[in-house]
Design a protein around this ligand. Structure first.
Ligand code: AMP
Length: 222
């Protein structure tokens, strides 16, 4: 049976990096709402045009737009199995995920949360750059590429995100604490276990902890 996993955590916690590794290991499709939205903005679609100003401010894009977008992506990848990264971010979005899965006779296999202290998050995001070609993420301070401005894996150009400024980051963290953290309480109320993993450790140690948590939740590597 396919699995549906949810990875939560504040901006800069390393969700994208960890999600890619988990998806490779467990054969899941990585559904990152931020990446999907940035692609819509780049392509100039109606959704992209509506989402752009919210994203630039670090505010959440309205639930109705996000839910509609994610229904399509979840539906398309249900048979393979997927990992949700950056969704749900509000209680109405969480309700939508549950209702969508219930309608397909499926349910969330595990909810994982990466926790990192706030000042480290800001430090990480301000120095974050990613490859425009393959999406690999680097940090100019703590995890620099071998050649400045070039991806180690594919030599693509590295660039910072336009919403990775200190002011926007502070707003995104505020929004996370106010809107997204309560989603954990919602899942717990619903009897779902949310497994916390310390994201301050090195990338490989965090990955090992996440794999351990997934295996403990009854999911085995393929
Ligand atoms: P991320 O790449 O996850 O940091 O997301 C970048 C931006 O996309 C966020 O600051 C929001 O403006 C928007 N976004 C991503 N996921 C969601 C979501 N689930 N709900 C609302 N807005 C979102």
């Amino acid at each position: 049976m396919s699995m549906q996993i949810l990875l939560m955590g504040p901006p800069g916690a390393g969700k994208g990096t960890q999600a890619k590794m988990l998806c490779q290991r467990f054969g899941l499709v990585h559904l990152a709402t931020g990446d999907i939205l940035r692609e819509e903005v780049r392509a100039g679609t109606d959704l992209g045009k509506s989402a752009k100003s919210y994203m630039e401010r670090g505010d959440l894009v309205p639930d109705s737009l996000i839910n509609e977008m994610m229904q399509v992506h979840m539906g398309r990848n249900l048979a393979t199995g997927f990992l949700l990264d950056g969704y749900p971010r509000t209680r109405p979005q969480a309700e939508e995920v549950e209702a969508f899965l219930a309608g397909k006779r499926a349910s969330l296999g595990a909810v994982l949360r990466i926790e990192v202290d706030e000042e480290s998050l800001i430090e990480r995001i301000v120095h974050r750059v990613s490859c425009q070609a393959c999406g690999a993420v680097y940090n100019r301070r703590t995890r620099p590429p071998r050649v400045e401005g070039r991806c180690d894996a594919c030599q693509g150009a590295l660039k910072g995100r336009s919403d990775d400024t200190e002011e926007t980051i502070r707003n995104r963290l505020k929004v996370y604490r106010g809107e997204t953290e309560p989603v954990v309480g919602y899942f717990r109320e619903r009897g779902l276990e949310v497994q916390d993993v310390d994201g301050n450790a090195a990338i490989d140690s965090v990955q090992a902890a996440l794999v351990g948590a997934l295996e403990a939740a009854g999911t085995s590597s393929r």
